[in-house]
Write a protein that binds this ligand. Structure first.
Ligand code: NAD
Length: 498
């Protein structure tokens, strides 16, 4: 098998950004011109129209018509599942094109982008298969049949961020469509290439016109208009907590639309001295969990909390593994750490370096900008210690490759430190004490808790839907709980004679 030369493929490709409204490809209506520069070289790659209120009105009207006509909502779950499975198949068939888009837009390594496309297809498939498991309670009592009916809400507006464009969208698309809703999806203005292509593949799979619409543009114009629209019954969102709060405001100011908000994080990784596994392997896990996707993962563990007795032993391993990460061209197949999405985001991350240094923190691994000669946006990961617990470096989501290390003496102290944040998305721990596992599970404020005992297991486990805690959002993503969020329930009492 010949391996693909992704650089020449990218250089010969043309990139377009379109809206899909009522089954038609259409350019955005006027609005500002949004420009994309390559995160590998800084050069211009494409531009597109940012759209305006007319795109929003057209897309929402199309979604409402499609919902009201019953062409999707009244299909059986089985029929919807068959079509969504076809969409998953088509995503896989077109995976090279879609992976190139994700790599170009985000700056993530092409190998990881290929993994994202496979994941997006499997999310659509898994969600479609869960559709017929969403059963309500039912009881027959004294001639009355009481039952709960989970019904589609109507029009769902999905607004998603940039770090995993197709994967984040796939969660919303799968859940909204298998439950019978119509959808208006707005991808991030920084990563628009894959979303409209997915909607186009949806049409090819047999999703009726108007059921799955995509509109492009900024959050301030297009996102805000979706969030304030009275004909949108739910906003399903993945992005920052600041935007999540704005959406709560918009929902309250308009039609009290349902909200599902998957927002930011500042997750801790607790390492206890009772851990009896291989520390080299553990250090590798700590570093990978802190800096996946160039540090742009909501659940990355950017606060490392290490028990004092094990600190001196594991710290050099963590430092060595962090220093070994070398950013490289995302289009090369052996790259494992790519580019930062754009210059603004790179500068934002460097701003946290400046704060850390100005506050007297100690850089264990200085990190910082590299490969400037390429014109691209590359950052080596950084590790700081002696960071004040009140510092923005310790408290705010950086969403880039910068982590902080603290030490602790006791389990109680570790839990207080771990929970000392406004976020509650994920928490990680390494311990070989079963009692401690149970106490951590109960006391850590996080929607997703991952605990390693002495051995790393083979891939497995069942992943339930995850409910963010605190300012990491509200409502489940994934699982049957997640699907239920895309429905509204009627409690029915049907009386029978005799
Ligand atoms: P963001 O909040 O800036 O943007 C997310 C989306 O919201 C974009 O499409 C944007 O255009 C839109 N938007 C922005 N302002 C808006 C407004 N006023 N009204 C309506 N829409 C608006 O976030 P981002 O920088 O794109 O993504 C990074 C954030 O996403 C991080 O905080 C990260 O933790 C979070 N995230 C969370 C999860 C999760 O599952 N919890 C997963 C991935 C990313």
């Amino acid at each position: 098998m010949t391996s693909i030369n992704w650089i020449s493929r990218a250089e010969s490709a043309t990139f377009s950004v379109l809206n899909i409204i009522d089954g038609q490809r259409s350019p955005a209506k006027q609005g500002q011109v949004l420009v994309k520069n390559s995160n590998r070289t800084g050069d211009f790659i494409y531009e597109f129209g940012g759209g305006d209120q007319r795109d929003v009105e057209a897309a929402i009207a199309a979604a409402r018509r499609a919902f009201n006509c019953g062409c999707w909502r009244d299909k059986s779950v089985h029929e919807r599942k068959v079509i969504l499975n076809k969409l998953a198949d088509l995503i896989e068939t077109n995976s090279e094109e879609l992976a190139l888009y994700e790599c170009i837009d985000v700056g993530k390594p092409i190998a990881n982008a290929q993994g994202d496309i496979a994941l997006a297809a499997s999310i659509i498939r898994d969600t479609a298969h869960a559709g017929d498991k969403l059963a309500g309670a039912s009881i027959f009592d004294g001639g009355v049949h009481s039952f709960q009916l989970h019904k589609p809400l109507g029009v769902v507006g999905a607004i998603v961020g940039w770090n995993f464009p197709l994967v984040l969208a796939a969660h919303k698309v799968g859940a909204a469509l298998i439950t019978g809703n119509s959808l208006v999806l707005k991808p991030s203005e920084f990563t628009p290439l894959s979303a409209w292509r997915m909607a186009e593949l949806g049409l090819e799979a047999g999703i009726p016109d108007g059921v799955f619409n995509v509109i492009n543009g900024t959050g301030a114009i297009i996102g805000d208009a979706i969030a304030l629209h009275d004909e949108v019954d739910m906003v399903a969102f993945t992005g920052s907590s600041a935007t999540g709060k704005r959406l709560m405001n918009s929902a309250g100011m308009s039609n009290m639309k349902r909200l599902q908000l998957e927002c930011g994080g500042k997750s801790p990784y607790l390492v206890f001295d009772d851990y009896d596994g291989d520390l080299e392997v553990l250090a590798a896990d700590i570093v990978q969990t802190a800096f996946p996707n160039q540090g742009a993962v909501c659940s990355s563990s950017t606060r490392l909390l290490i028990q004092s007795k094990i600190y001196d032993e594991i710290l050099p391993l963590i430092i060595k593994q962090t220093e070994a990460i070398n950013p490289a061209d995302p289009l090369l197949l052996d790259t494992t750490f790519g580019a930062i999405i754009n210059e603004d985001h790179l500068q934002k991350v460097l701003g946290f370096h400046e704060i850390a240094v100005s506050e007297g923190a100690t850089p264990l691994v200085p990190g910082g900008r590299v490969l400037e000669g390429t014109g691209g946006y590359y950052l080596k990961p950084a590790l700081y210690t002696n960071v004040r617990s009140t510092s923005p470096v310790a408290r705010e989501e950086i969403f880039g490759p910068l982590a902080t290390i603290f030490s602790f003496e006791s389990e109680d102290e570790a839990i207080v430190l771990a929970n000392d944040t406004n976020f509650g998305l994920a928490a990680y721990a390494a311990t070989s004490d079963a009692g401690r596992v149970s106490r951590l599970a109960r006391r850590l404020n996080a929607g997703s808790i991952i605990i390693l005992s002495s051995l790393f297991s083979t891939p497995g486990g069942v992943s339930f839907g995850v409910e963010p805690h605190k300012q990491s959002g509200l409502g489940f993503e994934g699982g049957l709980d997640g699907l239920k969020g895309y429905t509204v329930t009627s409690s029915v009492m049907a009386m029978f004679e005799g």
